[in-house]
Design a protein around this ligand. Structure first.
Ligand SMILES: [Zn+2]
Length: 141
């Protein structure tokens, strides 16, 4: 028997349903959370393919944080499911910590006085022109 014919298409798109989901405010929040949370893997994968090495861009942590907050609010205010609430109750902590570390690392880069190239933290010499860089201020903190 044809599986496609077995699907009740009428029920999936009637009585306020769209793709068999009864949409309302919290369903939109929950599905938006799913979409944002899942999109982080695509962003991370694309960044890794682009650099040809494993990369975790700050966008990954932002999407993780936003997705988690949306899914946590869905669990807290709509499903009231303790398993679901616990799954998202604490995961935002490492996301925020990673965003802070990303920001500090970005700020720790040094601009070369000779050629304006932005050099990696703790560099002694410019990677573009070879000029001596000033003492790394960030590492002294
Ligand atoms: Zn330079």
């Amino acid at each position: 028997m044809d599986c496609f014919a077995m699907i009740d298409w009428q029920a999936g798109f009637s009585d306020g349903r769209f793709f068999w989901i009864e949409w309302h405010f919290w369903k939109v929040i929950g599905w938006l959370g799913n979409l944002v949370f899942t999109s982080r893997f695509i962003i991370q994968w694309l960044a890794t393919e682009k650099k040809k090495r494993v990369v975790v861009p700050s966008a990954f942590w932002w999407l993780s944080l936003i997705g988690t907050l949306l899914l946590l609010s869905y669990a807290l205010f709509y499903t009231h499911d303790s398993v679901f609430i616990f799954a998202y109750a604490f995961s935002w902590i490492p996301y925020i910590r990673n965003l802070i570390i990303h920001r500090r690392h970005k700020k720790a880069h040094t601009a070369c006085a000779a050629c304006a190239n932005v050099c990696a933290p703790e560099s002694n010499f410019c990677s573009a022109c070879g000029a001596k860089l000033p003492e790394d201020v960030a590492s002294a903190i």
